[in-house]
Design a protein around this ligand. Structure first.
Ligand SMILES: [Zn+2]
Ligand SMILES: [Zn+2]
Length: 423
């Protein structure tokens, strides 16, 4: 059997536009993402080859965002879990819509989205599937968002584990990753938080709730920018658990994502509680409800999580001057995004105008990614022959690479975009 090679096409020394090619005579593509940054959309390097299969680990756009584009040239057999397909479709159509309203280019059409959906086989966790000559795949729950998967490829007598984005610790929504994946020869691992550990989730929830309560006591509004998939729903769940008794509004793409998540209750830890929490929240479906939300102090959970667009900007336009209110950021803020700027300078640009934000800005570490300690434990548990680090900022990856070296003696490989690595 031929040797195996790995080529990063995106997501190398960066978070965003993940896409990797595994070549063993036949070719398997892992991910086809997009990077939505301050300079608009950035895409992975062109594929320029036929692939036997494309595998998507989860629905976040940095992993799935440009899959439909592959269907411009022909059809590609694709594999992902059912929730990933469902949520990806929603996000793909949303990308088209946003591009349409901002006259930006998006590299695929409605027809390509439909082809992508038609040629995707939904695969459950644990099911072994032959996808190419000498190659089978298997998904394991990654504990990151609904339907998120780690992928184990068995290629001849060698195995490759690609973690996608994974989280080991339990959260209110998910049980955490299934780490019993069997033996691993080559490990391709995300390193988003390779340089730090997260506080225990419960602690983070409490800090967040304290800030919500303090805001309400001041007579202000708590604006909670949250990612559509997973984070919006988790925040609603936490607010319900701690019995916050002002109106709680859910605005933006988190609504559609919630409906999709509820179609797959098996992927959730406590679907009944989440359903109850979602029912208690007021779903903002019109501008009149949006106006109502601003009449009396409330909590508003809304996209976008990095404040890049979406309804959150409307709320901040109205409330930025209100010292009693707060902006509670709940996730990773990529460098150059409005959220990152807000966090570091208290300034926010909307439609070309720069606002000084007087509302209190706080960031909470609700991460859906493994911590440095968890990733190290994973390396120790799986004992791979080789480790490849992707999906992390350059400096963070270096910190983590040194840490792995120190603790296990393994010299990790850091793929560069476009450079082929023989495994
Ligand atoms: Zn993700
Ligand atoms: Zn990601």
């Amino acid at each position: 059997m031929r040797s195996i090679s790995f080529t990063g096409l995106g997501g190398c020394n960066e978070v965003g536009r993940s896409s990797f090619l595994v070549d063993f005579g036949e070719k398997v593509l892992l991910e086809r993402g997009i990077k939505l940054g301050p300079n608009g959309s950035e895409y992975p390097m062109p594929l320029e080859t036929h692939v036997a299969a494309a595998i998507i680990s989860h629905a976040h756009l940095d992993h799935s965002g440009t899959l439909p584009h592959l269907f411009a040239e022909g059809n590609v057999l694709s594999y992902m879990t059912a929730p990933t397909l469902d949520i990806s479709r929603i996000l793909w159509f949303d990308s088209l819509q946003i591009a349409g309203s901002e006259s930006e280019n998006v590299p695929f059409s409605k027809e390509m989205i439909e082809s992508a959906a038609r040629f995707t086989l939904p695969v459950s966790y644990g099911r072994k599937l032959d996808i190419a000559k000498n190659c089978s795949m298997r998904f394991f729950d990654a504990g990151h968002i609904s339907g998120s998967a780690m992928v184990r490829l068995q290629i001849g007598d060698k195995s490759v584990l690609y973690t996608g984005d994974f989280k080991v610790e339990e959260t209110r929504l998910y049980k955490g990753a299934d780490m019993d994946v069997g033996d691993v020869d080559y490990l391709v691992m995300e390193a988003t938080y390779g340089d730090r550990n997260h506080p225990p989730r419960k602690e983070c929830e409490k800090l967040f709730i304290d800030e919500v309560k303090a805001t309400i006591d001041r007579g202000g509004w708590a604006i909670v920018p949250a990612f559509a998939v997973g984070r919006s729903q988790e925040i609603i769940d936490v607010l319900c658990e701690y019995k916050i008794d002002v109106p709680i509004y859910l605005d933006g793409m988190g609504q559609k994502a919630a409906l999709s998540m509820m179609k797959y209750p098996d992927n959730l830890k406590n679907p009944r509680f989440l359903q109850k929490a979602l029912k208690k929240a007021i779903w903002v479906k019109s501008n009149s409800v949006r106006a109502k939300a601003l009449k009396q102090p409330s909590v508003i959970v809304t996209t976008a999580g990095m404040v890049q667009g979406g309804p959150v900007l409307n709320y901040l336009k109205k409330l930025h001057n209100d010292e009693a209110s707060s902006v509670l950021l709940t996730g990773y803020q990529v460098e150059g995004t409005k959220g990152r700027g807000l966090m570091e300078t208290n300034k926010l640009e909307i439609d070309g105008k720069v606002y000084s934000v007087k509302a209190k800005v706080e960031k909470f570490d609700f991460s859906a990614h493994a911590s440095q300690q968890e990733m190290l434990q994973a390396v120790k548990k799986w004992q791979p022959e080789k480790v490849l680090l992707v999906h992390g900022d350059k400096e963070v990856i270096q910190v983590f690479r040194n840490k792995i070296m120190e603790e296990t003696g393994i010299d990790s490989i850091v793929p560069e975009a476009g450079k082929k690595i023989d495994l």
